[in-house]
Write a protein that binds this ligand. Structure first.
Ligand code: ZN
Length: 156
């Protein structure tokens, strides 16, 4: 990866890590789940308000963890707001592939939101560090749990 690109990626992660978006506990959430990543000590909770039409009307999180887990959660909330549960799940699957496979092929993930996937590239550097993949995907696993009505999830 080019050095300038790596620096830009680090800036994005640091910015979201320091100023997480949607870091709050909405009182009108109708789904919630807690997720933990014991290896790193990351713990977060994801709160959703899902409308009658199956769209995610509001999404927020709180909790504590490393910069990558916080940045990933912050970015996740920005990306899934307004999406249907199916769209959010598809984005998660593509993101997971992006973080875990060396030969990620974007053409196989065309159903996923292209802009969002491009923004998520900044986290794909974790691919080289398997334990960091768990930090980067914790928020998404927790989002999935909340959508499925499971109240707890862990990366283990
Ligand atoms: Zn972590």
């Amino acid at each position: 990866m080019l050095d300038e690109l790596r620096e830009l990626y680090q800036e994005v992660i640091l910015d979201h890590g320091k100023n997480p978006r949607n870091f709050r506990h909405p009182p009108d959430a109708n789904r919630a789940a807690r997720g933990s990543n014991p290896i790193c000590g990351d713990r977060i909770a994801v709160y959703l308000r899902i409308g009658d039409d199956g769209r995610i009307e509001d999404v927020a999180f709180d909790g504590k963890g490393c910069a990558i887990s916080q940045a990933s959660a912050s970015m996740m909330t920005e990306m899934v707001a307004g999406k249907t549960e199916a769209e959010a799940r598809s984005l998660f699957e593509s993101f997971h592939a992006l973080c875990t496979s060396d030969d990620f092929d974007a053409s196989k993930h065309q159903e996923a939101d292209e802009d969002a996937l491009e923004r998520l590239q900044v986290l794909s550097g974790v691919r080289q560090f398997p334990t960091r993949v768990k930090c980067a995907t914790l928020a998404w696993h927790t989002l999935n749990a909340a959508m499925e009505g499971r109240q707890e999830t862990t990366t283990e």
